[in-house]
Design a protein around this ligand. Structure first.
Ligand code: SAM
Length: 377
């Protein structure tokens, strides 16, 4: 740790915005500093805020994050209806309950007609973005997906479709985009090769994951990357690499949430995480990339009953609520005890929106695109 507590606690109010004390007097604000700091500097700052900072310092960081986000999005919170449409997966990611070698996982697959029913239900509730997420399921070929996407766009032309269905070829992504998909979520998981290899089998490579993200961006999707917080073998150095990668990619969305062990994986006995590190990282990501759409994730709400609310207060501005048919909801089991009620359930949208207002947020029922995004671009 190269900076002592005294230097950092001096970063208050105007001084706080001037990260000079952290950066040797070179930079005028923390946002600019985060956008050019090197790996060592970032790792030091992340380490400080994750391990040593006081509650007051974290609250200041969160306030700065909210102020910077509000410049672009005001106090709006955007909603997404999440449809987890298949729990089949051809991959074997070491951390994930859906991995193919988990023979105990309950597998289900919604038909296109069932997915359309979920959209209909979600549309009536007020959602204008549908996030279609699944394991990498070979049943869902380009033809089937393109047919489904164009049907959703035909029935709900004022809605955005977000896909989160893993790694595919450039041509596949292009056909999904041409069928009408607007956005794509593909967490990079970690930007460090060694760390990636500790979380994934050898047939999956960081190189391909990153290539997919750049392809998606080139094709014209609004793109989301992201990572799990506190995943096995994560260090402040690997997190610094995540920050450097994200500022290079300039994604439209960033999804981060605590790593939570699943009992049928090799990490079953890994410690149970808390929300605190994710909250700090949400604030720092918001400060580094103020225009990013940043969800307060389900995993955050799983490790802490107030996690999603705290996430919004730390700088997040998106809530994805689960629209998957109730009978399958608990079978999409990425990790243990996944939240699918309360702050996780689409059925509670109206109640949640009221609650958000009481916290000073403005629930927003538009598509909620990235601020610089023009439809038809
Ligand atoms: N198959 C698609 C993909 O690979 O992007 C989408 C589904 S995948 C299960 C969605 C995300 O869940 C992953 O990117 C990962 O970050 C997260 N996830 C999986 N297992 C997790 C765990 N044990 N704890 C927290 N998040 C987890």
């Amino acid at each position: 740790m190269s900076k002592n507590r005294k230097e950092v606690t001096l970063l208050k109010n105007d001084d706080f915005l001037s990260a000079n004390k952290f950066t040797g007097g070179e930079n005028k604000d923390l946002s600019a500093w985060l956008n050019k700091a090197n790996k060592k500097e970032l790792a030091d700052l992340l380490g400080y805020y994750c391990r040593e900072a006081t509650g007051e310092e974290k609250a200041e960081l969160a306030q700065l994050a909210r102020e910077l986000g509000a410049k672009h999005y005001g106090s709006k919170i955007f909603f997404r209806g999440l449809i987890e449409f298949s729990s089949y997966c051809r991959n074997d990611c070491f951390y994930c309950g859906l991995r193919r070698s988990n023979s105990k996982a309950k597998r289900y697959r919604l038909t296109p007609a069932e997915i359309l029913e979920c959209c209909q239900k979600g549309y009536e509730m007020g959602f204008r973005t549908f996030v279609l997420q699944s394991g990498e399921d070979a049943y869902y070929t380009d033809d089937r997906l393109c047919g489904l996407i164009s049907k959703i766009k035909e029935l709900f032309p004022d809605c955005a479709v977000t896909l989160s269905i893993g790694e595919r070829s450039y041509d596949s992504y292009k056909s999904l985009f041409e069928a009408g998909a607007d956005r794509y979520l593909l967490r990079h998981e970690t930007a460090n090769e060694y760390h990636y290899s500790q979380l994934h089998p050898p047939e999956l490579s960081l190189k391909n994951r990153l290539k997919c993200l750049y392809n998606l961006k080139e094709i014209g999707f609004q793109v989301g990357a992201g990572f799990m917080v506190d995943s096995p073998d994560q260090t402040f150095e690997t997190l610094a690499e995540d920050f450097i990668f994200l500022r290079e990619l300039q994604p439209h969305m960033i999804g981060i949430g605590p790593f939570i062990p699943h009992h049928e994986t090799r990490f079953a006995n890994y410690y149970q995480p808390t929300s605190s590190r994710t909250l700090v990282l949400l604030s720092l990501l918001r400060i580094m990339l103020p225009k990013t759409l940043l969800p307060a994730t389900t995993a955050l709400g799983t490790v802490d009953p107030l996690g999603r609310q705290k996430g919004l207060q730390a700088g997040a501005n998106v809530l994805m609520l689960n629209l998957t048919p109730l009978k399958h909801r608990s079978d999409y089991s990425l990790y243990d005890n996944k939240l699918c009620t309360g702050w996780g359930a689409a059925e509670n949208l109206t109640e949640l929106a009221q609650h958000l207002k009481s916290l000073g947020f403005t629930p927003d029922f538009s598509r909620g695109d990235y601020i610089d995004f023009q439809e038809g671009e």
